[in-house]
Design a protein around this ligand. Structure first.
Ligand code: ADP
Ligand code: MG
Length: 557
């Protein structure tokens, strides 16, 4: 039943054009099977003629019949190949479109949901799921429908040749196929589920292996490679089982063919007498030759649909895409402010203790704010709320944005993508859209003096301090009016920190800056210091005011 549900959801995902192509594809395959039927009919006539050849006066007629048979079979195969090719290409476009839509959904997914996502989630949702859904699932279904029609056509032809043989043979094969299906389909579904589960596990572990490679090289883990082995073994075994299960019907059917000979022989003997046995068995052999592969294919396709369903499902996950209501109407009074938090409460788990409680604050345009407090007090979480990534459980966040306002962010850890330095700063992958002058300007302000903008960098080729400066350059490149810097100087030496902070301080007046930091040297020039502890604002004001208000302030930073 879930197979049908997945098909229905998949059908809704593809475009109208693709639906039409699939319908044409199915009709073409059915027509092809019509050709098949005619060829088969001629072929059987030829067989019967040759059987009576000794008395026949028209050997040339047989030759023409024979040539027609061959031509029809060849046309059929060529057309089938052509239409399959067109179907595959069109569906490749659909697969890309679904993947792209899913990527968009992924990027707009509620941040809280994204926090619990694993790395394999994006692979499954954007690539593997759509591929399985379209190329393996929907296409297989269309092929299945066409295959059922084809076997009915062939059945019709054989029926016209010999009713009893065709009926008994067909019913026999259907009975065997149904019994087989009952036995095998469960295993097929189980194998499909195992493939999906172990694939996800393997890819999560492999991505961990990639990011931990340096650490694990120095201090090998006792269990890491064996846990990967376990997942991979599970994956390989499940894949092998799926292949085996799909090929099972073929071999089983071939062995029951012998049984079929007995069934048809007995049926003919009982209904038509012993003289009819030989021609009847000849027709049965012909039927088996044409119908068996068809029934095998049908069964293989059904098993494939059942087995691939869990992977196809990965393309159909749905996510909450609720964007927080951030943009507030700008009134005259609010023109001087850019951001306002009112009575904000927040917890990562709804039932748990609030991590942030009763936070209210107004941020004036052009000033520099420092969010200060012990590690784990909620500084980064507060920033995520201000940026609109996390939605408060209660209270409101308002952003008084004007047309020209832009937001940028530099996170606590900077991830370097495997691309050129300029591409890394702009976070653009095609050079035409990169403003190189702006890249140079941003790198200068963040004191990352690498002159060759085209130099290829990656996560392992920059030092911690360089990564951090790259992160700041990325944010500055966007020329923001609201800039969030989360621990921007934690990996910088005193001199570099001084240079970077000088640049940040020069943004005063044009850019509202929110810095979360532990370091006094980073926050000492801030206009307003917000001291938070245990998720609540304990004090705010200038450095001297906060120091006076909180006697143990210096201990915490
Ligand atoms: N995604 C998350 N799910 C659950 N708890 C989290 C998550 N992110 C952070 N926390 C918890 O919230 C608390 C505050 O984290 P954070 O805002 O990063 O603190 P800070 O930036 O002040 O060091 C920490 O105890 C942390 O473990
Ligand atoms: Mg933090």
């Amino acid at each position: 039943m879930s197979t049908i549900r997945t098909l229905r959801s998949g059908w809704k995902q593809i475009s109208n054009k693709a639906r039409w192509i699939l319908l044409i594809y199915m009709c073409a395959l059915v027509l092809i099977s019509g050709l098949d039927g005619i060829a088969l009919f001629l072929f059987s006539k030829l067989g019967l003629n040759i059987a009576g050849e000794l008395t026949s006066d028209y050997p040339s007629g047989n030759l023409i019949l024979g040539i027609w048979c061959i031509v029809l079979f060849l046309i059929r195969s060529a057309t089938a190949l052509g239409i399959t090719w067109v179907g595959c290409i069109i569906l490749a476009h659909e697969e890309t479109a679904i993947g792209q839509r899913n990527l968009h959904t992924y990027f707009n997914m509620e941040w809280k949901t994204r926090l619990s996502e694993k790395v394999s989630g994006i692979y499954d949702f954007v690539d593997r799921g759509p591929n399985s859904l379209v190329q393996q699932y929907i296409l297989s279904f269309a092929t299945l429908i066409a295959e059922i029609f084809s076997s009915l056509v062939i059945f019709g032809v054989i029926l016209s040749l010999n009713t009893i043989t065709a009926l008994s043979g067909f019913l026999f094969f259907i009975f065997v196929a149904l019994s087989q299906h009952k036995v095998i389909s469960l295993s097929s579904r189980r194998a499909g589920l195992e493939i999906a589960e172990n694939f996800t596990g393997t890819y999560n572990h492999l991505s961990d292996a990639f990011y931990l490679s340096k650490l694990l090289q120095i201090t090998p883990s006792l269990s890491f490679s064996s846990i990967i082995l376990l997942k991979r073994r599970g994956l390989s075994n499940a894949r092998a089982r799926a292949v085996f299960i799909e090929s099972l019907p073929r071999y089983m059917m071939e062995s029951v063919l012998v049984l079929g000979v007995i069934v048809v022989g007995v049926a003919t003997l009982v209904t038509q007498g012993s003289s009819a046995i030989v021609p009847s068995l000849a027709i049965f052999a012909l039927a088996a030759f044409r119908i068996l592969p068809s029934i095998n294919r049908i069964q293989g396709l059904i098993l494939g649909l059942i087995g691939r369903e869990p992977i196809a499902q990965m393309a159909l996950r749905s996510f909450e895409v609720s964007k927080p209501k951030l943009i507030a109407r700008t009134t005259e009074i609010q023109k001087d402010f850019i951001l306002e938090l009112k009575d904000v409460f927040f917890s990562y788990e709804h039932s748990g203790q609030p991590l942030l409680s009763d936070i209210s604050f107004q941020f004036r345009r052009g000033l520099q704010y420092a969010i200060v407090g012990p590690s784990g007090s909620g500084k980064s979480t507060l920033m995520d709320i201000c940026m609109g990534l996390l939605v408060p459980d209660s209270g409101s966040v308002s952003r008084f944005f004007l047309m020209q306002d832009k937001i940028a962010y530099s996170s606590q850890e900077t991830f370097v993508v495997s691309a050129s330095l300029a591409q890394n700063v702009a976070l653009e992958w095609t050079d035409e859209v990169i403003d190189l002058e702006c890249v140079k300007w941003a790198l200068g302000l963040s004191s990352l003096e690498i002159n060759d903008l085209k130099i290829q960098v990656n996560q392992n080729s920059l030092s911690g301090g360089e990564k951090q400066r790259l992160g700041i350059a990325r944010a500055l490149y966007r020329k923001p009016t609201l800039l969030f810097l989360d621990e921007p100087t934690s990996a910088l030496d005193t001199d570099t920190e001084l240079d970077v902070m000088k640049s940040i301080n020069e943004l005063r007046g044009k850019t509202t800056v929110l810095i979360a930091s532990h370091k006094l040297s980073t926050i000492k020039h801030a206009d307003v210091i917000i001291y938070i502890e245990n998720g609540a604002i304990k004090g705010s004001g200038s450095l001297t005011e906060v120091q006076a208000l909180m006697p143990d302030f210096d201990e915490h930073i």
